[in-house]
Design a protein around this ligand. Structure first.
Ligand SMILES: C[S@@+](CC[C@H](N)C(=O)[O-])C[C@H]1O[C@@H](n2cnc3c(N)ncnc32)[C@H](O)[C@@H]1O
Length: 215
């Protein structure tokens, strides 16, 4: 524990915690306004996917571990029925305030992604992933897969960026192309998986952009 890692981008308290962060840890970071992961804008690779028409542009979209919700704001602004989920009250309060200030309509759900109620089952056309997969402990990745499959419609799309930090510990926890292919190809057709050229500077060559279609 307690070794600085990726100090410019990530480890919220600059501390490696092999067991991952608890709800209280995340909430504390919101209270301290210590949001090193927050890039202050919608994820640029998402923007490119959207502009290229490579993801659904209407219907229901969910953003898990949405934080302050730049992606939530983006989809809401663009007319999608948008749901942001975060278990930290500080994240949901910030996002709700921002939505109100911009007069945008989106649902903000204060809950663990893994505990979403049955009303979310098979409801979504799109899930967008941005620094949530890397924020949870790797032991939770199977639950992540189960939950995505539970909430997406058949033919629904999981799109997002997956962080290859190349480092031990976390958050953010490392992943690799091999892991992504193995985990997702069981339940999804992988229609795109490439290192994106559109990452922000400090994440260059570290983000896998994926578009996966639920079988
Ligand atoms: C690294 S931050 C990313 C926030 C946002 N996606 C962004 O890129 O700015 C991870 C977020 O996931 C949330 N989170 C972690 N575990 C969660 C869980 N099990 N369910 C819902 N949210 C969770 C944290 O509260 C935090 O807001």
């Amino acid at each position: 524990m307690s070794q600085a890692q990726n100090p410019t981008d990530s480890s919220p308290s600059d501390e490696v915690k092999s067991e991952g962060y608890s709800l209280q840890d995340w909430q504390q970071l919101y209270l301290e306004d210590d949001l090193k992961w927050d890039i202050g804008e919608v994820s640029p690779p998402l923007l490119k996917l959207w502009e290229a028409g490579n993801i659904p542009r209407e219907g229901n979209v969910i953003i898990p571990g949405c934080g302050q919700g730049h992606e939530v704001m983006f989809f809401a602004r663009n007319g999608m029925h948008t749901t942001g989920v975060d278990f930290a009250p500080g994240a949901c309060e910030r996002l709700s305030r921002r939505l109100e200030q911009e007069g945008l309509n989106a649902r903000v759900v204060l809950a663990s992604f893994f505990d979403l109620g049955t009303g979310h089952n098979l409801f979504y056309d799109l899930m967008f992933e941005q620094t949530f997969f890397c924020a949870i402990h790797p032991d939770q990745r199977s639950s992540y897969l189960e939950t995505v499959c539970r909430v997406l419609k058949a033919g629904g799309v999981l799109a997002g960026v997956f962080y290859e930090t190349g480092e031990d510990g976390g958050p953010p926890f490392n992943t690799t192309e091999d892991e992504i292919r193995k985990r997702f190809s069981e339940y999804f057709k992988i229609s795109l998986l490439e290192k994106t050229q559109h990452s922000i500077e400090r994440r260059k060559n570290k983000e896998w952009l994926g578009v996966f279609v639920k079988r």
